[in-house]
Design a binder for this molecule. Sequence first.
Ligand SMILES: N[C@@H](CCC(=O)N[C@@H](CS)C(=O)NCC(=O)O)C(=O)O
Length: 211
Amino acid sequence: MKLLYTPIKGYVHTVEALINYAGLHDQIEPVATKPFDVDTPLANVNPLGKVPTLLLDSGEYLAGGPVIYEYLDSLHRRRKLYPSKGPQRWTTLRQAWMADGLFDTFVLLIIESWLPQDQQRAAYIDRCWRKIIAILDQMEKDAPSYGKLDIGQMRGVGAVQFLRLKMAQVAAAVPSLDAKFDPLIDRPALTAWYKPMSRKKLFREPLIRLE
Ligand SMILES: N[C@@H](CCC(=O)N[C@@H](CS)C(=O)NCC(=O)O)C(=O)O
């Protein structure tokens, strides 16, 4: 299989964490791509032109992240990250979806930050930011009841890690944002969960190491 993705220095994407968890390195060839390049070859595979995209040996492709995670989770014999049934399944799926929303909304802000400041839309930035805060506040409420690692938490680590990594860079281009914002400040439950979880080996081993 070939995994088309964007390696980012200092960041381990959920798809990489899942490959680490599932021990699938031998079966996956990582292919670094730049999805925002106009002529990205990614568009020839996935009409949406987004990463992650997984090219199967059959020639079929899978996208986006949630589809790929569930597929990879079906390929290993360890405890599954997607609970198969019961209320926990739906709670986990909701938490994974919210973490995806955190990541995706922050990506929208990154894209907005590429515009010259006089073209940035203040109301849109404010709307995105309120969603980011609301999701973090929900994670603060959810964190005390997190159990064993599941896809919701795995996605949560990825989203919080990405936000912390990129915040200063985005705020440098968007003056209304606070470069010192840290999602862990004043969120003790989120912090108590995130710190030990994000230190686990599977969140520290990227497939391609950028120098
Ligand atoms: N939550 C989605 C996010 C996918 C996504 O937005 N990927 C970005 C990477 S930052 C992308 O490829 N963007 C390219 C584009 O919007 O054209 C997923 O997991 O599939």
